[in-house]
Write a protein that binds this ligand. Structure first.
Ligand SMILES: [Zn+2]
Length: 384
């Protein structure tokens, strides 16, 4: 039996779906948008295996160079040209395209789609996977969240990842690739990383993206906000209403809600100097400014000779983003050790993933989760 409250919820959801599911049309030349993922950068050789028929093309002219079957070779570089085994095509770029979309292995790892080899400025190899958008989302979702998470949280995450990927694709269209496969864009593990439940979340939200005023949203997300999400304009040069920051009431039970770290002043000095700061013995560290979310904007590092200012986000990367998990922290200096007590994990912008997890646990839908973390946005469906 459906209670009155549940009935209200159902009616509201139906109204929401009608309003927010109006399709938008993207002017893609291809039938399925492709994402170009840099999977390996700056190397001198890579092993390539293709099962079944494949083509090798010059990606600049689309000229067919070889059509054959069952490739097993090593790509190398020679005087700014690519060698496949001992074949020199006299080109700086090659596209290897299998007939079967799951047939290519790079250094033993299975990837969907095709592979472009590019010689970079230093004469070394850059390996770029050209992959259909939906397959790419399947390849990253497992790394971004646990596949055991509630389905509505997985669906919200799939839509955030898809929006972010398409936003990057637009931003980087003149570059050699759209995204990398590490934490600086989205962690991509290829075909090997797919799981049944995460794949289902991608299929059930196929083509859905977040938009704001009709434009794609750079749908940033992070592990745990610690109570308040951050204004994106304080972290990057993005100043839009959906990313101005909200109060998050859902991540208190996250394993990353609080963190603790201890680093000696000497360790901090060493790491700062490795990053190019020229700092003598540290006497004191103080906070210069915090944002309204409580995160630190900048700090002063005091030595006997001088006072150096540093952005908290830079200090976090230098000391280790997995040690200093956020810029929302307090600290005390005790016997030349800095004892940090912090909240949250990640930059704090956009969706709080653990908040989304607890929202889904409490029965919120993926649309409600996305509306909460990205206020003012619409979910629209790309027509392929
Ligand atoms: Zn949160």
């Amino acid at each position: 039996m459906v209670s009155t409250l549940n009935l209200k919820k159902v009616i509201l959801s139906v109204v929401f779906i009608i309003i927010f599911y109006s399709p938008i049309f993207f002017s893609y030349a291809e039938s399925y948008p492709l994402i170009r993922v840099a999977i390996i950068q700056d190397i001198t050789s890579v092993t390539i295996k293709v099962k079944g028929f494949y083509e090798i093309k010059d990606p600049k002219t689309d000229r067919l160079l070889i059509r054959d079957r069952d490739l097993k070779t090593t790509a190398l570089t020679d005087k700014k040209r690519i060698l496949l085994g001992n074949i020199n095509f006299n080109l700086e770029r090659l596209l290897i395209k299998p007939d079967d979309k799951e047939a290519i292995f790079i250094n033993g790892r299975n990837f969907r789609g095709s592979i472009e080899l590019i010689i970079n400025h230093y004469g070394r190899l850059l390996v770029v996977n050209h992959i259909e958008l939906e397959d790419y989302i399947k390849g990253i979702l497992y790394h971004e969240v646990s596949h055991y998470w509630p389905q509505e949280a997985l669906k919200a995450q799939a839509i955030a990842c898809r929006s972010f990927a398409l936003y990057k694709r637009e931003e980087n269209k003149l570059q050699d690739f759209d995204v990398t496969c590490d934490v600086y864009s989205q962690i991509y593990g290829g075909r090997t990383s797919e799981r049944l439940r995460t794949n289902r979340a991608v299929e059930e939200t196929k083509g859905m993206v977040l938009t704001y005023n009709g434009r794609l949203l750079p749908a940033y997300y992070h592990a745990t906000c610690g109570g308040k999400t951050e204004d994106a304009s304080l972290v990057w040069n993005i100043d839009i209403f959906p990313l101005k920051g909200i109060n998050c009431n859902f991540c208190k039970e996250s394993p990353h809600f609080k963190w603790h770290a201890v680093l000696s002043l000497n360790e901090i000095r060493k790491k700062l100097n490795q990053a190019g700061y020229n700092i003598k013995e540290i006497v004191d560290i103080s906070v210069l400014q915090r944002s309204s979310s409580g995160r630190i904007n900048n700090l002063a590092i005091l030595t006997k000779e001088e006072k150096k200012e540093i952005l908290a986000k830079d200090l976090r990367i230098i000391l280790g983003p997995d040690i200093i998990k956020s810029t929302n922290f307090n600290f005390k200096i005790i016997n030349r050790d800095v004892v940090f007590e912090g909240r949250g994990w990640g930059h704090g912008v956009g969706m709080c993933q653990w908040g989304a997890y607890f929202m889904a646990k409490q029965g919120y839908s993926f649309l409600e989760i996305l509306r909460y973390y990205y206020p003012g946005t619409d979910v629209q469906t790309i027509r392929f």
